[in-house]
Design a protein around this ligand. Structure first.
Ligand code: NDP
Length: 288
């Protein structure tokens, strides 16, 4: 039987409608959530991502500003801009689009962002809080995956989740979030031996590898839920996931399409983080 293709559009619009309503309520109380996005250089894919983020903000009623800096901008100038945004009351979330030019340290940039304005959950303090289950921003892509699973009614507790990929941005926080949902979690990576024996045990298989169509039918247990985080640009100009969609379609029970599911859901969590950060400023005024 053919897998059910998860309807990313429907899920995204449901979540964004809820966010839009909460943004309107908060704005009515005098705090319009605001996101600042910094992009350094001309990477074409990054330009598209940044445009999509700004458009999503606008549609949700979130104030956004995009700071487009030349590729030659010094690290000191980017740090100075972040410092300014850290103190700007209109801004509740700050995001620096990666990749950055080689002369700029990603670590320094991420650590310069105020912990409470870290819209991506990249700051080491927020990563630590995530690890120990404290409140903070959600890691956007992994939290998007959890939201998708919940929306389609998956009971994650007790399931074996296998995550392929161990990056700081996707694989590791994905594993932590699945653990938080009480899954039994295995992480695979480029040094994993006999990977398909492990992935074939997965009830939920999450691919975050960056290798187009790498995950095939023989990696997938019949009836597994397959979540494809990958976004890879093929020579043809088309986008492909890390999963060979056509090959896996008859084996999985559910599968996410690429594009149109995890990508827009990632942006949805970014909106949610900005909204929640803005809501916390009201809360701290009340408490303080
Ligand atoms: P990274 O390149 O940082 O990490 C890739 C991971 O995959 C590494 O842990 C690597 O292992 C592992 N890997 C590489 N080759 C293999 C292999 N042959 N077998 C098993 N594991 C392997 O990528 P990201 O995590 O940043 O991104 C992964 C994918 O997700 C990309 O396609 C990216 O474009 C996409 N992405 C999508 C987002 C969205 O919004 N949908 C957001 C962010 C990323 P090792 O650690 O051993 O090197």
């Amino acid at each position: 039987m053919s897998a059910q293709v998860i309807n990313g559009k429907e899920i995204v619009s449901t979540y964004r409608a809820q966010i839009k309503e909460e943004v309107a309520n908060l704005t009515a109380k005098g705090v319009q959530p605001g996101l600042a996005v910094i992009i350094v250089g001309e990477d074409p894919a990054s330009q598209v991502y940044v445009r999509n983020k700004a458009k999503a903000c606008e549609e949700a009623g979130i104030y956004s500003e995009v700071h487009k800096l030349a590729g030659s901008t010094s690290e000191a100038d980017v740090l100075a801009l972040i410092e300014q945004l850290n103190h700007n009351p209109r801004i509740h979330g700050i995001l620096v689009q990666s990749p950055l030019p080689k002369h700029i340290s990603e670590d320094k940039i991420v650590e310069a962002i105020a912990v409470e304005k870290d819209a991506d959950c990249f700051h080491p303090v927020n990563v630590g809080n995530l690890m120990i289950g404290k409140e903070g921003p959600a890691p956007c892509t992994p939290a998007g995956v959890i939201a998708i699973l919940k929306h389609i009614g998956v009971d994650i507790a007790g399931k074996h989740a296998v995550v392929i990929g161990r990056s700081n941005i996707v694989g590791k926080p994905m594993a932590i979030l699945m653990l938080r949902e009480h899954a039994t979690v295995t992480i695979c990576h480029s040094k994993t031996a006999n990977m398909e024996e492990i992935t074939r045990q997965a009830d939920i298989l999450i691919a975050a590898v960056g290798k187009p169509k790498m995950v095939k039918k023989h990696h997938v247990k019949p009836g597994a839920i397959v979540i494809d985080v990958g976004i890879n640009r093929l020579d043809t100009g088309k986008l492909a996931g890390d999963v060979d969609f056509d090959d896996v379609l008859d084996t999985a029970s559910y599968i996410t399409p690429v594009p149109g599911c995890v990508g827009p859901m990632t942006i949805t969590i970014l909106l949610r983080n900005t909204l929640d950060a803005a809501a916390r400023t009201i809360q701290s005024q009340v408490n303080g």
